[in-house]
Design a protein around this ligand. Sequence first.
Ligand code: GLN
Ligand code: ZN
Length: 764
Amino acid sequence: MAKSSIVGYPVIGENREWKRALESFWAQKTTEEELLQTTKEIRLANLQKQKEAGLDQIAVGDFTLYDRVLDTAVMFGIIPSRYQWTGGQVSNTTYFSMARGNDEAVASEMTKWFNTNYHYIVPEYEGQRFQLTENKPLLAYREAKKELGIEGKPVLLGPYTLLKLSKGYEDKDVPSIILQLIPLYQKVLQELQEEGVQWVQIDEPILCTSITSNEMKTVTEIYSQLTKDVDGLNILLQTYFDSVEHFEETIALPVAGIGLDFVHGGTKNLENLQTHGFPQEKILAAGIVDGRNIWRSDLHAKLSLLETIQQQVKLENLWIQPSCSLLHVPVTIRSEQKLDSTISNALAFADEKIKEIHVLQTALQSGKVSVVTEFEQSEAALTAFNKLPARNRQEIREATSGSILSDSKRNLPFADRKIKQQEKFQLPLLPTTTIGSFPQTPEVRRTRTKWRKGEITDQQYKDFVNAEIKEWIDIQEELGLDVLVHGEFERTDMVEYFGEKLDGFVFTEKAWVQSYGSRCVKPPIIYGDVAFTKPMTVEESVYAKSLTNHEVKGMLTGPVTILNWSFVRDDLSRDEVTNQIALALRKEIESLEAAGIHMIQVDEPALREGLPLKKSEWKHYLDWAVNAFRVATASVEDTTQIHTHMCYCDFNHFIEAISALDADVISIETSRSHGDLVESFNDYHYDKGIGLGVYDIHSPRVPAVEEMTEIINKGLEVLDPAQFWINPDCGLKTRKRKETVAALKHMVIATEQARERLGASAVK
Ligand code: GLN
Ligand code: ZN
């Protein structure tokens, strides 16, 4: 009998109950006890649904109060000293301080989870002695058993992935860190075994990245140690997001089962499976249903994939599961009432994916006949969807194959544009600016909702947005910022806003997914061919510009980010869809320019996260991603300054690609990585304008002038003051007005002081 299984399930609840519980606790509207009670109810409701769906293997311990990597770090006492933890159980106060910072200590760095839009908290190694503070998977297992009678499969993040995702150590420290970690993992596993747990899932997605053979040896060594004294416990080593880099070594690990992704990197995994076979005694947990996208499965194709896999594995040793944790997809399509039915019938979210798993299990077991209706329904839905005219627009297909794509170059090289632009803009040394958005107060959100519900007119809404723009233009002038922004009050989200105005997108009401902490995003769905219909940002930018003598940056989201933050049709290649978006944005940029906006920022915060896990595939991705940015931006005048912005960047790896974007100015996050980034400029001479984020916007904390000065000084060690811009790490929409103004004030003071110092040194 093949089994059905799941790698992980979304925490947030059908109506984001989880987010609200956390945020009301942080706002001190509810007590810790209430938080724990509400989140327990959510957790149990999630499990109950999986139980009712008939899953054989339900994941427990994947629930979190903030982030799963943070949970693992806390479980092993990997807690930086600045949070003043002195051992023993870790309080929620300490836990949330690590995630969000507190008055005394900055938050830990946050970065993207592999190539997804989920962010984890980076564990910081400071040479501390690890200790097991709490066996979280065990507690989760007990709870599910006691409350719901579920024989759960505890999940935990594996030691090698934990190590590789942590920072603060050098290569030479690795053996001693591993030596410290192994006994703690052993203890966790032993306790699970004593409890009578049958299966535990250990996630090692790092095995799908380009790790070396030597590293793979270390992994083998770790696992032979880990599994030494836990004979009765079955370990499933779970990988996802791509094919495993060292297939033979991975399947030979001394564990009872291996989880492989047969969707992302599926071709390679399958090829390897067919070439190398699979150990007869092991379980193969096959990731069959796409855990990262929202399309309904083509059940015929999935079943035939399973049949191919089954040639290598006995039926009773096969588990059928989604390709990864379902945390990357929304909870259920049941919540969507307004979508066109041809589209909604072609969608499957977490709950529907679990059903598909179940149908596939039955089909594999007892033949298609036993689930013939399910197969027919699915086939009919996908056929109708594929025939939609919006998915088959010839003129758009032709445009993306035309010469415009290869001919995407600015008229003059940067060095020449720079001179013309400086003549035009006359900016001071170290120009100050922000990344685009200003606080989206409850009032802003309320007013938008009213407008959407038709309770206020278009004009009333527009007047409201304009009043916000005016207020913040005044504030920016008063603060003394050099380049202003309109504040993005009209936007809920930087992708949704554009998607709603372009052809080819649809939007859901409640299809939220977790992005970081309690923050959820509702990615648009690119289901058809993308096209420009009418200007999207011109009115607001032009209005803002009419209020001031300063330059106002127009503000757009770039093609690669729109792609990476959407759920994208999977019948066209990602680069083709990106080029469709780029051509649409090019029209927007040309409209802005024609309307007198001469600085235009095209944000690409998600360029980095689209980077394939395997280094061998980077070049191809970067080539088309960079090209798409240029398709969108290259047609402007020499004196029009193109800005771009990225967050969470590990620039060392792709600074050349960033330079190839040929943007005149880039602003990037640096404050959370405490200036690590600037080192990359030692190795590579970056000639264009660059703004280093001088403070972290993810925390309500207002940093002191000195903290910003420190970051500015670090930057000035490696960058020419003439190319250096000063800005916060990212947009300010999640912050409150008071802290925003206070922090920007400090930023301007720090800049003025730095200018004085530079002036002084020039005189010397
Ligand atoms: N312009 C956007 C903003 O300020 C950029 C956001 C981002 O990088 N995520 O909100
Ligand atoms: Zn950003």
